[in-house]
Design a protein around this ligand. Structure first.
Ligand SMILES: [Zn+2]
Length: 176
């Protein structure tokens, strides 16, 4: 199984990266950027420059995996007010979940990005002892009134979220 390089190119402290340590890494929330054609480094530079009070830890395109916020720090990738994360995992996502963003569209080769995206989820499950069948969820599931990611982008390629989880599991087993 190929291992992909992970770049750690952290943004400065600010609204996007408050620098608060998380008590626990309990689960993963899968996202897409909602911005077709924007690359991993393009997103990194956007958050560095604009520092919006929303963010995610990692951006993945067809060529690069870039962690822009350390995985042991808070990133604001799910609204605090939604109840589902607490119901399922006992934590607010921002306090206990790693937010992973899939870059897509434009010149980004979907399948190369998807392979890195699934591999990275499997890698995180290995790294933190997470269960790949239970400890990965979607932004849509946590915030169904406002969010569709990453299900719509996957669905356009004929991939259900269940299929995505199965692909992650296959990679997870191959990493052991
Ligand atoms: Zn999202």
């Amino acid at each position: 199984m190929a291992r992909f390089p992970i770049e750690r190119n952290y943004i400065s402290h600010g609204n996007s990266r408050p620098g608060i340590k998380v008590p626990k890494r309990r689960f993963i929330v899968s996202h897409d950027t909602g911005n077709p054609g924007s690359t991993a480094i393009g997103n990194r530079n956007f958050f560095q420059t604009n520092q919006p009070k929303s963010s995610a830890h990692t951006f993945i395109d067809d060529k690069r995996i870039i962690e822009i916020i350390p995985l042991d720090e808070v990133a604001y990738h799910v609204r605090y007010s939604v109840p589902k994360d607490n119901e399922i995992y006992g934590y607010n996502a921002n306090s206990a979940a790693i937010g992973v963003e899939l870059c897509y569209g434009g010149n980004i080769n979907f399948w190369n990005a998807y392979t890195r995206f699934t591999w990275y989820h499997a890698y995180l499950c290995q790294l933190y002892g997470l269960n790949p069948k239970k400890d990965i969820t979607s932004h849509k599931l946590l915030d169904p009134k406002r969010k569709i990611d990453p299900l719509q982008v996957l669905k356009r390629q004929g991939i259900s979220f269940q299929q995505f989880l199965a692909d992650v599991y296959r990679m997870y087993v191959s990493l052991r």
